[in-house]
Design a protein around this ligand. Structure first.
Ligand code: AMP
Ligand code: MG
Length: 338
């Protein structure tokens, strides 16, 4: 599935959104912005269209997709039960970077959910995404709009670089606001389980749910969320996370890096690195700034043809937990402790 004609919608208006919706309705695949990262969307009720997403991304078939709806009122068409806790959660985070896993109805094709009897659903907090779903008049299944395994796309240029010739259309929505994927929360178990950390923090969910478990680790034999077993978000370069007191981390990285290496750090330490290939992801005191920049930094290192990246372990709260989850996966859990 290479070299199909990709329409590039640089200007977003009613006309280009309606044309994009027509492509979705006709069984095509369209990359579009959300507040988290760009998604590669298809009609969630059309198994042939869904198949195209897996082919274009090179995504393993056992990694299920999230379906995107534009209004909570349509949810009961696709899921068997709506737990009472969802009332409060949806008031706060739908639209928002929260995906909930619920028991699916038969109308959702099996290839959307990789054969599971549950389906992941969210409402994106982005006008372009919401209108596209509304005009398509169907839920849109969409994983991140990158080639499988690569850093998720947070800018239009990232999507064009990965999917030009593979997607039917790409919509330009500028840089995505959050820059990291949604939190995936399983509501089918007695105690809700966070399957993937993301835009809504553990602390925020704990305030509403009182009881909430976490199940994200890289190496579990049988991951609860099928996507967790794959290498993810990875730049071309090898990546190593360096963890310890700030002075020790700076000294160690300066000691072991050479001209083929790069440093991913925060604004506060940037000047202390001797490397010519260094990028700051933002201030250590602003986890949201760092979250919005990390995938872009990883892609910049690829363009710079870097062979090895040394990355600081960012000790941060809130979305910071999701940041480190992504960076550790990008580094295949490769950590040096100093
Ligand atoms: P992505 O589409 O790349 O943002 O990844 C979607 C994530 O949601 C992956 O980690 C999937 O494994 C997870 N997911 C989607 N559907 C389900 C489901 N029914 N049960 C558990 N996890 C799911
Ligand atoms: Mg993804």
């Amino acid at each position: 599935m290479n070299n199909i004609k990709t329409r590039l919608f640089n200007t977003v208006n009613e006309e280009s959104l309606k044309e994009s919706a027509d492509i979705i309705k006709g069984g095509g695949i369209v990359a579009f912005p959300t507040e988290t990262v760009y998604g590669l969307g298809a009609d969630a009720l059309n198994p042939n269209a869904i198949e195209k997403i897996f082919l274009a991304k090179g995504r393993p078939n056992d990694n299920p997709l999230i379906i995107h709806i534009h209004n909570i009122s349509v949810l009961d068409k696709y899921v068997k039960e709506i737990p009472s806790v969802l009332t409060m959660l949806s008031k706060l985070y739908m639209p928002g970077p929260l995906t909930v896993v619920l028991k699916k109805k038969d109308i959702i094709p099996n290839n959307v959910t990789a054969g599971l009897d549950t389906v992941a659903v969210r409402i994106p907090d982005n006008e372009i995404a919401l209108k596209l779903i509304e005009y398509s008049n169907t839920p849109i299944a969409a994983p991140s709009a990158n080639i499988s395994g690569r850093p998720s796309p947070t800018m239009y240029e990232h999507v064009v670089s990965d999917l030009f010739g593979k997607a039917d259309a790409i919509i330009n929505g500028g840089k995505t606001r959050i820059g990291l994927e949604s939190t995936v929360l399983d509501l089918t178990t007695e105690i809700p389980v966070i399957l993937r950390p993301g835009g809504v923090s553990y602390e925020s969910l704990k305030l509403i749910l009182t009881d909430v478990e976490t199940a994200y680790s890289f190496d579990t034999e049988k991951p609860k969320s099928p996507g967790m077993k794959y290498k993810h978000y990875a730049p071309i370069a090898d990546m190593v996370i360096v963890k310890g007191k700030t002075d020790d981390v700076v000294r160690k990285i300066n000691e072991i890096s050479d001209e083929d290496c790069a440093v991913l750090c925060c604004k506060e330490t940037y000047e202390r690195y001797i490397s010519n290939n260094k990028l700051s992801a933002g201030s250590i005191n602003d986890p949201f700034e760092i979250a919005s920049n990390i995938f872009q930094c990883l892609r910049l290192f690829d363009q710079m043809k870097i062979k090895k990246i040394f990355c600081e372990y960012f000790e941060m709260k809130d979305i910071g937990e999701a940041v480190m989850n992504r960076l550790l996966k990008a580094a295949s859990q490769n950590i040096i402790k100093v």
